[in-house]
Structures are given as structure tokens and as C-alpha cells.
Design a protein around this ligand. Structure first.
Ligand code: GEM
Ligand code: ZN
Length: 379
């Protein structure tokens, strides 16, 4: 016998369309598109049912999602308390993502990846605001009326010799692992941030969430204007990409010696970087810095690897609308997109959690260590 279930997604980051939930064993769902654009893949919803009730789900428009190949080998993320997240085996069958589950509690949450929600985002902002070495140096208001804050972490005496290290995260709102990464990095910087070389030698400029519009809305890739911010760096505008305009203007004023843009990749089950090999200004100096960064990264954190990644750009053919390329070109500096998987690291798989908030946070910690190490040689 089947008892009806109730499904909700009316919370920040929520995304689901219920087609039919009258049969608990075959609940028919669709992912909603980004509010003002055609991308979709991110989902996040809650289900209230009887404890132990057999539930079956199908995401019926999975095949039409932005990265349909990504469903192969993907397992759904679930939680009872929105604190600990675990994986539920799923299958990609006939264009639909399907999974079965017998929840151990009355309410269960399912998501594409562990959400980084507004409450947690506000707590992160509060921890930054109260840190004596952090100050907010700029901000902007988004199309939907949210704010994006640019912070500076600085210690010791001001010096013209200090390097300027920049980090931004979550241009793509569905890539929540990017904000988990920032949380781990900042927590370490704030708690153990007494690495003399780093403190005396660098100021760190950072944005923990570039796209609050999309994060609220449960979008995959775009802001309230339907703009993919990672295609807006050549020609940002107040109307459609104020987030990018604010950060790029601040960079022009302050300068950049190293830039990292934190993302997640739907398809590849690996941690990897994309660099600036296709930039017109790419040089042997930058190539050697990139190689050293990658070599040391995998020594410091075995989750990083450089075998799998995006196809390399042909010389001179880089897309300068992409943050990593635009900033690398504009400032002739080391510049990377860092990609974490939505699925898992296939080299070190974890059946229970897959790629997780904890591993994202750890990668952030390792990245901080690597930045400190490379500091003397950035220029
Ligand atoms: C990418 S990041 C783009 C980097 N690509 C190259 N070739 N330099 C994007 O923005 O589409 C992936 C992502 O969103 O995480
Ligand atoms: Zn991305």
C-alpha cells in the first residue's frame, strides 16, 4: 500500500518541480531551469514521508539538463539534518535519474550536492566581519538586490612589496563546493594564520560567494539577470553582471599577483585546474609557475591530480570572457580555475559520501599552504 508524501523546495537554494507525488514508489519530478536562463542541473528539496516507507524517485528531465553526460556515475546527496550528507545510489536510465530510498526519519533532504545555505553564508560573513585582520573594502548590489562583499585580509605593516592574492568562489551558484572550500581556507587562515611568510608578504582579497542571486534561487549557473558570470569578465556591466564589474574594478585599482577562481565540475570525477595556456600573453614564466603549482598541489593534497582535466586551449585561443583567462592576461599573473567534482574523486573514492564538504574544506586548507609557498616567486 502506498501513502502519499509531501515535497517542498520553498527554502533558499530549493529547486524541484513535482509532476506527480501520488505514488510514493514512483515520484515524478523535474528540475526547474535557472530563473532567467536555460541552464539546469542543480536540485534541492525535502520529502516528508513515513519512517521506513519505500520511496522511488525519477528526475524525468535529466537528459535535457545542462550536462546530461554527468548523470552517468552520479549518486544523489541526502541528509536528515542538513548537517551530515551521505550518498544514495542512483541510476541514469532512459534519460532519467532514478533512485530508491527508505528514509530513517520523517523528513529527508535530497540535493545535487551538499547545499551551502544562506544561514551558513551569513555565519561565514559574521566570522569574517569579526576578524581583526579582515576588512570589507568594497561591495555591490546584485540585480535581485542581494549584496556581494569583497574582503581584504591583511597583517603586519602595510608595504608596497606585498603580493596581492585574490580568491573568488561560486560564480556558478550550484557549485556549492566552492563556498565550502572558502570556509575551510578562511577558517585555517583565521585560526592558524600566523605563517610569517604569508602574513608579511601578502594581502589576501576574497569573495566567498560571487552569485547570491543564483544561490537564493536554486540556479545552476546564472544570476538574476540570467548572466553566466564566468563569461562576463571581458565586458562586465552594471545591468547584467555588477558582481564582476565590482571585483574587476577593484582589481584594476589594487593589482593582482595571483588569482584563483573556485568551481565544481559536473562531469569529471577529479580535482583539477584550468590555466592560462591559451592567453595571448602566456609566457615561459607563467608556464613554469603553473607547472610548479600543480606539482606541489598534488604533493600537498592527494585529492589533486593533473592527468584529467579540460582540453587545453590552443595558443592565443583562450576565451577572455572567462575570469581565469581575463585576470591572467590583464595582470600577467598566475591564474587558475580550480575544479572539484560533484561526484567523487575516482582515484580515492568514498562510497558513503563521495566528494564532500569536508574534502572541499580540506582542499581549501591545502591551497592556502600552497599559496604561502609560491609567494616569493610570483613576480
Ligand atoms: C568552466 S571554467 C572554464 C575554464 N575553461 C577553460 N578552458 N579554461 C566554466 O565556466 O564553464 C567550468 C565550470 O563552470 O566549473
Ligand atoms: Zn563553474
Amino acid at each position: 500500500m502506498s501513502t502519499a508524501v509531501s515535497i517542498a523546495s520553498d527554502f533558499d537554494g530549493g529547486n524541484i518541480v513535482v509532476k506527480d507525488a501520488s505514488q510514493a514508489e514512483c515520484i515524478r519530478l523535474e528540475i526547474r531551469r535557472d530563473i532567467a536562463a536555460d541552464y539546469f542541473q542543480w536540485f534541492y528539496f525535502s520529502v516528508t514521508a513515513q519512517v521506513g516507507q519505500q520511496l522511488g524517485f525519477s528526475l524525468e528531465n535529466a537528459e535535457k539538463a545542462s550536462y546530461s553526460d554527468a548523470w552517468e556515475g552520479y549518486h544523489v546527496v541526502a541528509s536528515y539534518d542538513r548537517e551530515s550528507w551521505f550518498r544514495i545510489p542512483a541510476e541514469y536510465q532512459e534519460g532519467q535519474l532514478v533512485w530508491q530510498h527508505r528514509p530513517e526519519q520523517e523528513q529527508v533532504f535530497y540535493s545535487y550536492f551538499a547545499p551551502y545555505d544562506q544561514a551558513r553564508h551569513q555565519a561565514l560573513l559574521a566570522s569574517i566581519a569579526e576578524h581583526h585582520r579582515c576588512e570589507q573594502i568594497d561591495s555591490c548590489t546584485t540585480v535581485d538586490g542581494h549584496s556581494v562583499e569583497l574582503f581584504k585580509f591583511s597583517a603586519g605593516e602595510p608595504s608596497t612589496h606585498k603580493r596581492k592574492l585574490w580568491l573568488i568562489a561560486r560564480q556558478h551558484p550550484g557549485e556549492t563546493m566552492a563556498e565550502w572550500f572558502m570556509e575551510g581556507l578562511l577558517e585555517t587562515l583565521f585560526t592558524f594564520g600566523n605563517d610569517e611568510a604569508l602574513l608579511a608578504g601578502a594581502d589576501i582579497y576574497f569573495v566567498v560567494n560571487m552569485n547570491p542571486d543564483g544561490s537564493w534561487a536554486g540556479n545552476l549557473r546564472t544570476n538574476g539577470a540570467g548572466t553566466d558570470l564566468n563569461r562576463a569578465w571581458q565586458d562586465p556591466s552594471e545591468e547584467s553582471s555588477p558582481e564582476v564589474l565590482m571585483v574587476r574594478n577593484a582589481m584594476d585599482k589594487i593589482g593582482v599577483d595571483m588569482f584563483l577562481d573556485i568551481h565544481g565540475d559536473e562531469e569529471l570525477p577529479y580535482v583539477f585546474t584550468a590555466g592560462c595556456e591559451g592567453n595571448p600573453g602566456y609566457s615561459l614564466r607563467l608556464q613554469e609557475l603553473e607547472e610548479r603549482f600543480r606539482r606541489r598541489y598534488q604533493e600537498i593534497n592527494p585529492d589533486f591530480q593533473s592527468v584529467y582535466g579540460y582540453d587545453k586551449d590552443e595558443p592565443g585561443k583562450a576565451d577572455l570572457r572567462i575570469a581565469c583567462n581575463q585576470v591572467g592576461q590583464r595582470f600577467d599573473c598566475l591564474s587558475f580555475t580550480i575544479e572539484m567534482p560533484f561526484k567523487d574523486n575516482a582515484n580515492i573514492p568514498d562510497a558513503k559520501e563521495g566528494w564532500s564538504p569536508e574534502r572541499s574544506r580540506n582542499l581549501g586548507v591545502s591551497t592556502l599552504e600552497l599559496m604561502a609557498e609560491l609567494l616569493p616567486d610570483l613576480r
